[in-house]
Design a binder for this molecule. Structure first.
Ligand code: F6P
Length: 532
């Protein structure tokens, strides 16, 4: 029997065990939680017991997680379908020396980081200005990994933002750029065009629109543009001078790129020193991931909980529920990180995956979600493993009692999910309200909570730049470990290509009325409608 089989057999044998039963062991919470510095990960409210954990760790060992992890950090070309190394970790480990194709890649990384720092400092201090004075607003134009990281980070670290205001435009829907630029003055705005490839249709369309807007407001529009890309020839063709082009290598995947030049808008907003704290947080998680035994290794444990819930228990989705308003964009960020990385049905060796690929990831900040979709989480027919995140303290000391309300709600949800409410408890509550007989019976069933719904909780002292770095690196490595266990390449994204190709064929059909005869009847009907 394989370890997968052992896990399936064990899961079947414990599936009906009430989670509350696990807490009859007084050490349950301590045994099934772990800390990395001041970050606490509690997975005791899951059905993972000592046997399941040992099997899951065996699975990780058999999959070669440690060797592959070390290969990644060492610059080996583990992204096999694209023939690339995977070295986003180098962006936050500036003192390291990492060799790719026989050459140390770090001098170039350090050089760009230093140029970013100087540029951010000059801009924040008013030494680099717009044509109407100091830069007041920075607009990052990018999509996917060239947007979600800095946009999520700027929201997360808003309490530390003391530089120009950061804005983000991603969608090719003209409403997005229109609505953002409408509030800004071109004479005091810097536009950063962030695109690894510098070919992405949405970004190029938005960049062109921004340049037209800038040209209508200032004499020299290119002077207020910067670019972040691996394609320096293309940035020059767009008219951005090399001193404001911040390059990076192809071994930084888009969804892993916020640590380097893609984070420029964030660095400008919070300042280079705090940005470096963010890098230090990521580096601390790297060190933990590299050196900690699996049983206490946060990224490994998060991954094993994920594998248990998705591939072993068959729960197809997981909800990410930050009880932290500043992490409002974390679920969207993780959707790309997790689903673009592990949403694949072909394994690295070309065979079809024999099990589900990575899960559907979704979520909203608590407590908003409670008043929207938690009904289904508590009483629906599907089990949704929930992942709560919560800080011990917020950034609003004057409103600390509200933070306690927030925390109480977070803890209440994981407790309710685990314990549920039995039919007898529901009956007793209704009897207290004066209901009796058939009406009491009829109502009681609707008030039952099945319970036994798993959740994890990640606690941290406060959402500082350092903590955010820890959290983001934690999720990156979790995705990595899950990918290794599933045997897939987490670093390509071929699944986004077909839609891009078809969009290119549709533009002329919508624009110039080109013949749509080759399209299916549904698509033809939709084209006809849109042509008006
Ligand atoms: O369409 C998917 C994707 O390639 C992502 O992987 C990437 O983050 C995004 O597009 C943006 O790509 P680029 O930075 O090259 O514009």
């Amino acid at each position: 029997m394989s370890t997968w089989d052992d896990l399936a057999a064990h899961q079947a044998s414990v599936a009906s065990r009430p989670l509350a039963e696990l807490f009859e062991n007084d050490n349950r919470a301590a045994d099934f939680s772990t800390r990395m510095g001041e970050v606490l990960f509690d997975y005791s409210k899951t059905n993972i017991d000592a046997t399941a954990r040992a099997l899951l760790i065996r699975l990780a060992e058999e999959a070669g997680v440690a060797a592959r992890r070390d290969a990644m950090f060492a610059g080996a070309k583990i992204n096999q379908t694209e023939g690339r190394a995977v070295l986003h970790t180098a962006l936050r480990n500036l003192d390291a020396s990492v060799t790719v194709d026989g050459a140390d890649v770090m001098p170039a990384v350090r050089e760009v980081h230093a140029r970013m720092t100087t540029f951010a400092r000059d801009l924040r201090a008013g030494r680099f200005t717009g044509q109407g004075g100091a830069i007041t607003d920075v607009v990052n134009i990018g999509i996917g990994g060239s947007d979600l990281g800095p946009a999520m980070g700027a929201r997360a670290l808003a309490p530390y933002a003391d530089g120009p205001r950061a804005h983000f435009v991603s969608n090719v829907d003209p409403a997005h750029i229109h609505d953002v630029l409408a509030r800004l003055d071109p004479a005091t705005t810097l536009v950063i065009v962030a695109s690894k490839t510098f070919t992405t249709q949405e970004t190029m369309a938005n960049a062109q629109a921004a340049r037209d807007w800038m040209a209508a407001g200032v004499a020299d529009p290119a002077a207020q543009f910067a670019a972040v890309s691996t394609a320096e020839g293309k940035t020059a063709a767009f008219g951005i001078p090399p001193e404001r082009v911040f390059g990076f290598a192809d071994w930084v995947g888009g969804r892993y790129s916020m640590w380097g030049p893609v984070g420029l808008s964030l660095m400008i907003a919070i300042g280079p020193e705090r940005f470096d704290d963010f890098l230090a947080g990521g580096r601390a998680m790297d060190d933990h991931f590299r050196t900690t035994p699996f049983v206490d290794n946060l990224p490994v444990l998060l991954a094993l909980v994920g594998i248990w819930h998705n591939q072993i228990c068959g729960h197809a989705t997981r909800a990410v529920l930050p009880y932290d308003q500043h992490l409002a964009r974390l679920p969207a960020y993780l959707q790309q990180l997790e689903m673009e990385s592990n949403g694949k049905r072909v394994a690295m060796d070309g065979t079809m995956l024999a099990m589900p690929s990575g899960p559907v990831v979704w979520g909203e900040p608590g407590t908003n979600g409670q008043h929207a979709f938690y009904q289904l989480i508590h009483q629906g027919t599907r089990v949704i493993p929930c992942e709560f995140l919560l800080a011990r303290a917020g950034h609003e000391p004057d409103l600390a009692p509200m933070h306690r309300l927030l925390a109480a709600n977070c803890l209440a949800q994981s407790e309710a999910l685990m314990r549920g409410r039995s039919l007898d408890e529901a009956r007793a509550l209704l009897a207290k309200d004066g209901l009796t007989g058939p009406e009491l019976e009829r109502q009681a069933r609707h008030r039952v909570f099945p319970g036994n719904r798993p959740s994890t909780t990640l606690l941290y002292p406060k959402l500082t730049p350092f903590t955010l770095g820890q959290i983001i690196a934690l999720y990156e490595h979790r995705v990595f470990v899950e990918g290794v266990i599933l045997g897939i390449n987490s670093f390509d994204q071929w699944g986004v290509e077909l839609g891009k190709e078809l969009a290119a064929t549709l533009v002329p059909m919508l624009e110039e009325g080109a013949d749509a005869g080759a399209k299916d009847a549904s698509t033809r009907m939709l084209i006809d409608y849109l042509r008006g």
